[in-house]
Design a binder for this molecule. Structure first.
Ligand SMILES: [Zn+2]
Ligand SMILES: [Zn+2]
Length: 559
């Protein structure tokens, strides 16, 4: 029975609040404050009905936005008075979510501390299990096939839950409540080792690969958004061999180390760089090199790309090798990164001495993100928007009137889908000068349109007639024929901004208009200068916002 002074409120929470453990967080918060009612996912929002004392209700609403789960982004909390129904307890409504609406899809997250502790605990049932995850970590966009986000619409649908996993999945008090990729050694995906010719190798995969890497081998390893090629970063011979086989003579390699202590042993990260390294996004961060790695890692560069493990498998391998590992994209030269087992065995043959495969399909192709800390204000800035950043949206200063697609440039290709006040920038896809790259571009674009349910009515592309992103045969023809959108050729940087990278890190609303130009020279809004013809563009439309970030003002609408 509710006390006579009880009030009721209907709270609505908007932002990245679905698929990130938000409902169990609400359940725990309600239990702590002695509130009754329910929580449920609705279109793009989480709705909560609360009953209790006015003081507890106020405290609940305050805490809701102050300390959300790590992967959640609370953009707005609103409430209105409701009638008191006298609910006996607090329930989590697990009904299927509605239409996509403006639902924001969570990106993938690196292994959280709680899962890492279980991974390394011999008494835990997921000890050394390479696919351990929870609502705070693990794969998201790379396994989602469709929305609403639940297991049946991910590449985890081929792995029926065992009884122990199901109990965790259905318990609102468990940190794996509705963790869609939940898995264990009994019911979940498995890794396997293949030799250079694709033949199976029996034994403990992690230990075998560890000894191979220590012996100077190059190993292809299936990760979250694609394959990596790995070798011992202290072994000059292995690094040289990898450069020869990958036909990559000079471009720097990223190096993965076991943890922050190891990062400080091999590099000299500043406080801000260390914070970026250990964030849930686990990006590659450019840091000062101590000069202790093989000289071929980043020839001619004073800084090196360092990263911490992004998956449980990475944690296990780093511990097995006890050395930093080169972790470079699993591709040959400038081709797109491999994501399928057969594709990797085929395309990386002749490069890798062994393959670590697994049976969970990668749905979305993602490279690792690259971040640097700007020396002027010590703020992290994104150089390559990829895994764990895309498909997070960016708030536009001026909403678009019609769903709009920006095709981007030719080098460092990416696209942008905008609808209403949100822009969804794709992940970095790479230079679009090969058929494989354009196929990856089209596949990513189709996927964004389908998942986000945005059908562009206006397509902005560069005036450059030879850009693959402009040429008709490179266009996603399905869009043209299905919706016949207007084409909007734009000179220079405007069209490119409509398909450029965002450099925001900690805010979904801060965008700097840095774009990859057609001549391949990166230009931020503060440094737009002479370049190839159409790239020499005015910076006036971008302005510094009050928080020290950059906000891009939407260009004028076409007539
Ligand atoms: Zn976790
Ligand atoms: Zn299980």
């Amino acid at each position: 029975m509710m006390r006579p002074e009880a009030e009721a409120r209907r709270v609505s929470v908007r932002g990245v609040v679905q698929g990130v453990g938000f409902r169990p967080f609400v359940w725990r918060l309600a239990e702590r404050h002695g509130l009754t009612g329910w929580v449920r996912n609705a279109d793009g929002v989480v709705e909560i009905h609360l009953e209790g004392s006015p003081g507890s209700l106020d405290a609940f609403v305050t805490e809701l936005g102050d300390a959300p789960p790590p992967l959640a982004v609370v953009e707005d909390v609103s409430w209105r008075p409701e009638d008191v129904h006298g609910f006996p307890g607090f329930d989590v409504d697990v009904s299927v979510e509605g239409a996509a609406g403006d639902r924001l899809v969570p990106p993938d997250a690196a292994t959280c501390d709680a899962c890492l502790r279980e991974l390394l605990d011999p008494d835990d049932r997921r000890y050394r299990y390479p696919f351990i995850n929870c609502t705070d970590c693990g794969p998201r966009f790379t396994i989602i096939e469709a929305l609403p986000y639940d297991r049946a619409r991910t590449s985890m649908r081929n792995f029926p839950m065992c009884e122990a996993c199901r109990q965790e999945y259905e318990d609102p008090g468990d940190r794996r409540f509705h963790a869609e990729p939940i898995a264990c050694p009994v019911c979940g995906p498995r890794i396997e080792l293949r030799d250079a010719s694709g033949g199976g190798v029996e034994g403990d995969v992690v230990e075998l690969v560890g000894s191979m890497l220590r012996g100077g081998a190059i190993v292809a390893i299936k990760g979250l958004g694609g394959f990596h090629l790995a070798c011992d970063a202290t072994d000059s011979g292995a690094v040289r061999l990898l450069r020869e086989r990958k036909r990559r003579p000079n471009k720097p390699f990223a190096v993965m180390v076991a943890d922050l202590a190891a990062a400080r042993e091999w590099f000299e990260p500043t406080t801000e760089e260390a914070a970026a390294l250990s964030s849930w996004r686990a990006p590659i961060v450019l840091v000062a090199d101590r000069g202790r790695l093989a000289p071929g890692i980043a020839p001619g560069h004073r800084r090196c790309g360092a990263m911490l493990p992004a998956t449980p498998l990475h944690h296990l391998l780093l511990r097995a090798v006890s050395a930093p590992l080169v972790m470079t994209s699993g591709n040959a030269s400038d081709e797109p990164i491999c994501i399928g087992n057969d594709e990797a065995l085929d395309r990386l043959a002749g490069i890798a001495d062994a393959f670590v495969l697994h049976d969970r399909a990668i749905v979305a192709r993602y490279d690792d993100p690259v971040v640097w800390v700007r020396p002027d204000d010590q703020r992290p800035s994104v150089m390559r928007r990829a895994r764990s950043f895309a498909p997070s949206s960016i708030d536009l200063a001026c909403p678009v009137r019609v769903p709009t697609l920006g095709m981007g440039a030719e080098l460092h290709g990416a696209f942008c889908l905008a609808t209403g006040g949100r822009a969804f920038l794709s992940q970095h896809i790479g230079d679009l000068d090969t058929e494989e790259a354009m196929a990856a571009y089209r596949s990513a674009l189709d996927r964004y349109r389908e998942i986000l349910r945005v059908e562009p009515e206006l397509v902005a592309h560069d005036l450059h007639p030879d850009f693959a992103s402009t040429r008709s045969r490179g266009w996603p023809c399905s869009i043209i024929t299905r919706t016949s959108p207007r084409r909007w050729p734009r000179a220079g940087w405007r069209a490119r901004c409509w398909g450029s990278r965002s450099t925001d890190w900690d805010s979904a609303t801060t965008e700097r208009s840095g774009a990859a130009s057609s001549c391949g020279v990166r230009r931020g809004a503060r440094r737009v200068s002479a370049g190839c013809g159409p790239c020499a563009s005015p910076a006036a439309t971008a302005r510094r916002d009050t928080r020290g970030g950059w906000r891009w003002r939407s260009p004028r609408r076409p007539a």
